[in-house]
Ligand binder design. Structure first.
Ligand SMILES: [Zn+2]
Length: 272
């Protein structure tokens, strides 16, 4: 059975409170052996670490750009302290999820930038790769990576130009592809997934978010109570899209993307 790695799963999200253990069980049954759990805020650092331990997963610690406004400098200090306290933990694979969101209206770009650069420095000092949130912010993120050199990582839910993709790759990054790739209208994402060098794509669900096309519900359906929750057990079916785009078998797709995930997050290699 192919070994899959979901490089981005928010298992700590409240959407999983009712059935978290069953969600992990379904993922394992589907062959999803590698599970990377990025944190989004300091209040969740302990939870994410405990979930990784309990479910034989790995984790990342960081403050997500949509959470930085309610975070204080004290939270950056908490991240610093947690990275120090967990520095010998083989399950701590990265600093993340960090980055910049220039899509959601009304966010304070200066606060985001301050927290992004501060967290890049913490990653550099800890010798850890980063898991990046990229949303209309590729150039600004790349500028930060030129200022503060980190050991690569993953640009997650990647959707940017060919040239921007190339620049992340030159900096040692892998690019994350998930449910968005399953929509036929996602032309640029599908083109990147099909054409990037074999060593670049990694797979992710971003569960419970970014439902693939077969789980997608429109606003009216959601208002009527339909769930569009994504989960890591969907990864092999999402991977079928990548396999079709590349002309790879599913077994090849699993082997290549898991190897790429381990290259991006070296500590993951011990666990998959
Ligand atoms: Zn995320």
């Amino acid at each position: 059975m192919p070994v899959w790695t979901d490089t981005h799963c928010h298992l700590d999200a409240p959407e999983f409170d009712a059935d978290r253990a069953a969600v992990v069980e379904r993922a394992r049954a589907a062959g999803v052996v590698g599970l990377v759990l990025p944190a989004v805020e300091a209040a969740h650092f302990d939870t994410v670490r405990a979930l990784a331990l309990a479910h034989d997963a790995v984790y990342a610690l960081g403050i997500h750009p949509l959470y930085v406004e309610r975070a204080a400098d004290a939270d950056l200090q908490r991240l610093h302290d947690a990275l120090h306290a967990c520095r010998g933990d083989p399950r701590l694979v990265a600093v993340g999820e960090i980055g910049l969101d220039h899509f959601v209206p009304g966010l304070d770009h200066d606060v985001q930038q301050h927290c992004y650069i501060a967290q890049l420095k913490l990653a550099r000092d800890a010798g850890l790769p980063v898991i990046l949130h990229v949303r209309r912010s590729a150039d600004a993120l790349l500028a930060g990576l030129r200022r503060v050199e980190v050991p690569g990582g993953i640009a997650h839910a990647f959707n940017a130009s060919d040239e921007q993709a190339q620049r992340f790759v030159e900096r040692g990054f892998r690019l994350g592809f998930g449910g968005a790739m399953s929509f036929e209208r996602a032309l640029q994402i599908r083109r990147l997934a099909a054409s990037l060098p074999e060593s670049v794509p990694v797979l992710e669900t971003d569960a419970p978010d970014i439902p693939p096309q077969w789980l997608y519900r429109n606003a009216a359906e959601r208002a009527a109570g339909a769930s569009s929750r994504n989960e890591p057990a969907e990864l092999p079916r999402i991977a079928q899209t990548l396999a079709d785009l590349r002309g790879w078998s599913l077994a090849q797709t699993a082997a290549i993307t898991t190897a790429n995930a381990c290259a991006a997050l070296p500590r993951l290699a011990a666990l998959v």
